[in-house]
Design a protein around this ligand. Structure first.
Ligand code: NI
Length: 188
């Protein structure tokens, strides 16, 4: 097992639609184990493969407060169905999100309250569950990563401008930037 460097905003793999997993082998198991370890070390509640530079459609999560889903898991080749997002401005407290690939920054973004996730596991066995509330948010955030989207791409004014300012301040937005959990102390 290994803790892997996490790509920072600007690395092209973060902004590219990822490809389906087609090979379910030991290499995939190792990748998933490394993703769990990296997520825990960060620490974070979710991590998508593009965030560690792997252009594949899978993510892991670790979040205890949920209804049907296991507290930890991996979603491979997921599909996500969203209940409509209620209109309005994002709440500056309740809707605040962060991302390990835009570390140390937090901004509010509207999300669907309830989603259905369908995916396969490491044995290519299908599963599905309903997620609500914060867990539904995590599913949407991680799924976005597989389509080359970071929550920062979804910000509305004035938060989009604040994020652009943070990007400039940190000199992000170019290829090759990473940070290493357990070595670099940044927050997701
Ligand atoms: Ni993220």
């Amino acid at each position: 097992m290994a803790i892997l460097p996490i790509c920072i905003w600007g690395e092209p793999v973060l902004h590219t639609r990822a490809l389906p997993v087609t090979t379910f082998d030991e290499k995939l198991k190792t990748l998933v184990n490394d993703m769990y370890e990296t997520m825990d070390a960060a620490p974070g509640v979710g991590l998508a493969a593009p965030q560690i530079g792997v252009n594949l459609r899978l993510f892991v999560w670790s979040y205890a407060d949920q209804n049907e889903a296991p507290a930890r898991g991996v979603a491979i080749n997921p599909e996500l169905w969203l209940e409509p997002i209620s209109p309005g401005e994002p709440d500056e407290e309740e809707d605040v999100e962060g991302c390990l690939s835009f570390p140390g920054e937090r901004f509010p973004v509207r999300r669907s309250e309830r989603v259905i996730l369908r995916a396969v596991d490491l044995d290519n066995k299908p599963f599905e569950f309903v997620a609500t509330g914060w867990f539904a948010r995590i599913m949407q955030h991680e799924y976005d990563h597989l389509d080359g989207l970071i929550y920062v791409d979804r910000l509305v004014a004035p938060h989009d401008r604040a994020a652009a300012k943070a990007e400039r301040k940190n000199s992000w937005g170019k290829p090759g930037l990473t940070w290493l959990p357990g070595v670099d102390h940044l927050e997701g």
